[in-house]
Design a protein around this ligand. Structure first.
Ligand SMILES: [Zn+2]
Length: 517
């Protein structure tokens, strides 16, 4: 395979509240893809950030009685700081409120669409949900309530700038149905196509400065209006690589990238798959190539509230969860348990059970056992048999190792993290089966009685098992970089012998579960 240039982005959450596990899901998914493609030799730029210019931030600051900039600074810093507890490897973090790259880019994007004749002023009346920062038609509001927030949108009447979305329905339909703009999973693609088929209406692309409380980016040439926060926020994908500032990175990472991949939650699909591509078409810029859509998490059966708080004593703060259970356990739950389609319910007990079963029992025991066997029977030196595996079990393990890379590649290409982790796990299961069937300790006993065939089989089994652990360290690195590194070190032969066996993943204590249950 040839090397590709890939630009990966997460959405940028508004920072009216602290990060919760739903944010962590998208960040970790993007991180896996970034690490995976870097490992495969691709050129990768991965980006996240925060949406500072939302009216919700203004309202949250008013509620706390602090300046908006102070609230945004505090919460944006907390989002950026998730890199450490979640072992995230993003290359860039953009804050739309303070990053000097952002405003010139948003202004340029506005002017480009104006030059295409796609922005015009119009008196408007509609029902506005501040939570969504979006106007709704009455028919879109079951019981008169916002489907995302369950709140009653407020009637708003004002003169705004409108964007001619209606012009782009045909082009968007062609791009999406042909797969040139790929939306995964397919049900989400069909949802977008259905929305487009229903007819696209122009949307309001600005707000009165008064209603926005003066927060946001003024419309170029019209200081009485600020640019609609979604327009502003979506722009981050091109302003960070330098669309507005003329930095060379824009040509490299947007127009020049082979793939421009957005990871998004289902609730913001319309903005990313309809509004954003239409804005780019209008501005004459390339579109994203892939939009990968994830569903939502619930915590202990409840929706995560806007404040990130959860009923009961469960915590949904990813930094706190990582502190308590470790980065590997949190990432593993998000990747191994959350299905590609459908919401997933988090409880700390499930996280602990999954980590203990897979990482401590399945994988951790395997690695400790293999290293211990090599020390006990070969003084820590990994045998180098020159023949290929003589037993069916040996061949099955070698085949599982050989099969894993392609299966992981296929699963990640389909945006299926569960299938990808399952593909890695087949190696763990096969290796554990192999130990049970081969019983190296019996081979060692026969070897002491001068059984040459047993000695050769013992060499073969130890070599295969160390090889499987090394393979696991490589395959797991995009998913669990920290644990993968400990496994790599555990089977590191560079000193001539393996290091003494140490647990790579100690069992999580039941007491830790009790603390949050
Ligand atoms: Zn809403």
């Amino acid at each position: 395979m040839t090397s590709e240039r890939i630009y990966l982005s997460t959405t940028i959450p508004y920072v009216n509240a602290r990060a919760h596990l739903g944010h962590a899901l998208e960040l970790v998914q993007a991180d896996v893809l970034a690490r995976y493609h870097r490992q495969a030799g691709d050129q990768v730029r991965s980006q996240t950030g925060t949406d500072d210019n939302s009216l919700k931030n203004v309202l949250a600051a008013e509620a706390e009685g602090i300046p908006v900039a102070a609230l945004v600074d505090r919460n944006a810093s907390a989002f950026a700081a998730l890199a450490q507890p979640l072992s995230l490897s993003f290359d860039d973090f953009i804050r739309t409120g303070s990053d000097p790259r952002h405003r010139p880019g948003v202004e340029r994007l506005w002017r480009a669409c104006a030059a295409s004749g796609d922005l015009y002023r119009k008196q408007y009346e509609g029902l506005y949900c501040v939570g969504c920062e979006q106007f709704y038609r009455a028919t879109e509001l079951p019981g008169g309530l916002c489907p995302e927030h369950g709140t009653r949108p407020e009637p708003v009447a004002e003169e705004n700038w409108f964007f001619r979305l209606s012009r782009y329905g045909g082009q968007l339909h062609d791009l999406i149905s042909s797969g040139r703009l790929r939306i995964e999973p397919v049900a989400r693609r069909n949802e977008v196509l259905g929305f487009i088929a229903g007819g696209l209406e122009d949307f309001s692309a600005s707000r009165s400065t008064a209603r926005a409380r003066g927060w946001g980016i003024p419309v170029p040439g019209d200081p009485g209006q600020v640019i609609y926060v979604w327009w502003d926020a979506l722009g981050n994908y091109i302003t960070a690589p330098g669309y507005g500032t003329g930095a060379g990175d824009y040509g490299r990472w947007w127009t020049g990238a082979d793939r421009r991949i957005h990871l998004v939650g289902k609730g913001v699909l319309r903005f990313h798959a309809v509004y954003w591509p239409a804005i780019l078409l209008s501005a004459g810029e390339p579109l994203p190539t892939d939009i990968l859509v994830h569903d939502y998490l619930t915590i202990g059966g409840s929706k995560i509230s806007k404040s990130g708080a959860v009923p009961g004593s469960q915590t949904a703060d990813p930094a706190e969860l990582a502190e308590r259970y470790g980065t590997d356990a949190v990432r593993w739950w998000l990747l191994r348990e959350v299905p590609r389609v459908g919401d997933a319910d988090f409880t700390a007990a499930r996280l602990v059970a999954r980590a203990n079963e897979d990482l401590a029992n399945g994988l951790g025991n395997l690695v400790s056992r293999v290293v211990t066997l090599v020390h006990r029977y070969r003084q820590g030196r990994v045998p180098r048999p020159d023949e290929s595996p003589a037993t069916a079990g040996g061949r099955a393990l070698a085949a599982a190792c050989a099969r894993a890379p392609e299966r992981v590649a296929e699963a990640l290409a389909a945006f299926d993290f569960r299938a990808a982790t399952a593909a890695v796990w087949d190696v763990v299961d096969e290796a554990n089966r192999y130990v049970e069937r081969t019983e190296p300790w019996l081979l060692a006993r026969a070897e002491r009685d001068d059984d040459r065939a047993a000695a050769r089989l013992l060499d073969e089994s130890l070599a295969l098992l160390v090889g499987a652990c090394s393979e696991l360290a490589i395959r797991l690195a995009p998913f669990l970089p920290d644990l993968a590194e400990r496994i790599r070190a555990a089977v590191d032969e560079s000193a001539g012998r393996l290091p003494t066996a140490e647990p790579v993943f100690p069992r999580l204590e039941a007491a830790a579960v009790g603390a949050v249950a």
